[in-house]
Write a protein that binds this ligand. Structure first.
Ligand SMILES: [Zn+2]
Length: 376
């Protein structure tokens, strides 16, 4: 009986932690919770309380995800220690694409055989992402590298010793109440299991509400070739400005639902959030119709799903499509064709048995993908 009580408490902790992440911390770290910077900073502490470092989150979310949504750049260089001649992609949006190579979310990443099954196993991995962040990612980013990835540095914040101390102390405090106390009262195996259960519920709730807003067959994926100075899609100036790009790479879901607006902390109004990140999520329902009508006026795509389940379906379908082997003779072209024409594969271009061609998306394929995606 005691175990079921502890299990229920672990589930409740996971759900509560996800609510702190969406409804309190997210607004606080965007400076949207209050007019007072001090209050916003205190709300940002909510992230530390549930085990993750605010500094890391602000770096990859505010510095990476918001300005570079769904963006991948190409680069010739020795990233990851590879040949200088090799063409590599650099993922500029660490919130969205951080799970590669386990999950292939954007069409410019190299396809690998296990991606065939990603639409099945991806939800399980999403459930583990907060635990991975708390126990591994934060540690490496703050205490080892001092940066999120090759282009996002946390040096300005971490140059202050007090910020290191805050990150370390809050990490220890969260581990005490989320891991060590359950172990103390329930034993090692049960304590670790309860920790995992809490994180699984937190991770699956957070990631589901977030991932569907950018990883979907009705969102666009942008590519910037540093050598060719080519950015995908923006054929017309208006379509390529910052606000239009935010709309094209994001999608809303269940915007009419008061419950989901508050439970998700406004994540269901993702387009409004990306346009006005420093506005509290409680105001998004009031500006939603204005944003939608403005997009319509200027012929900018405004995408929305009626429900979270509908949005999730389109996310899993996108993962399914990106899991198809581009060189497969038995390619299910009907399924691909019905995918909203986002990533229709052309046999003449992608069907090849050359091993060198199979290794990664070559520049020509990337350009072909670009052409396909933005002329359909
Ligand atoms: Zn945000």
């Amino acid at each position: 009986m005691a175990f079921y009580g502890s299990f229920t408490a672990a589930v409740a902790l996971g759900i509560s932690a996800s609510l702190i992440g969406t409804c309190i911390m997210h607004d606080g770290c965007h400076g949207a919770y209050s007019a007072s910077p001090f209050v916003n900073r205190m709300m940002g502490f909510g992230m530390d309380l549930i085990g993750a470092s605010t500094y890391c989150w602000e770096a990859h979310h505010n510095t990476g995800h918001h300005p570079f949504t769904n963006l991948v750049t190409s680069k010739r260089g020795n990233m990851m220690g590879k040949s200088k001649k090799k063409f590599v992609t650099q993922e500029n949006d660490p919130d969205v694409f951080s799970s590669y190579p386990l999950i292939r979310m954007n069409p410019y990443d190299e396809w690998r055989p296990h991606h065939r099954y990603q639409w099945l196993y991806a939800p399980l991995i999403f459930g583990g992402f907060t635990m991975l962040k708390v126990l591994y990612n934060d540690m490496v980013q703050v205490f080892v590298h001092g940066r999120v990835n090759s282009f996002i540095s946390m040096e300005p914040r971490l140059s202050m010793k007090s910020n290191y101390i805050r990150a370390l102390c809050m990490k220890c405090l969260s581990l005490v109440y989320m891991l060590f106390l359950p172990i103390h009262f329930n034993g090692v195996a049960t304590g670790i299991a309860l920790f995992a259960v809490a994180h699984f519920f937190c991770g699956i709730i957070l990631s589901t509400m977030f991932i569907v807003t950018h990883i979907s067959d009705n969102c666009e994926f942008l590519f910037h070739d540093n050598e060719a100075k080519l950015v995908t899609a923006p054929r017309k100036p208006l379509q390529s400005n910052w606000a239009a790009m935010q709309c094209r790479t994001s999608t809303n879901w269940a915007v009419k639902s008061t419950f989901w607006t508050h439970f998700s902390g406004g994540l269901n109004h993702q387009i409004e959030h990306h346009l006005f990140p420093s506005v509290s999520h409680v105001y998004y329902p009031y500006i939603q119709s204005v944003v939608e009508s403005t997009c319509k006026e200027f012929n900018v795509a405004y995408k929305a799903h009626n429900s979270l389940f509908d949005a999730l379906y389109h996310t899993l379908r996108w993962l399914y499509i990106l899991g198809i082997d581009p060189c497969d003779d038995n390619l299910d072209r009907n399924a691909v064709h019905e995918s909203g024409k986002k990533f229709r594969m052309e046999p003449k271009t992608l069907k090849t048995r050359s091993k060198s061609r199979r290794k990664g998306l070559s520049k020509s394929v990337v350009k072909k993908c670009d052409t396909i995606m933005h002329h359909t």
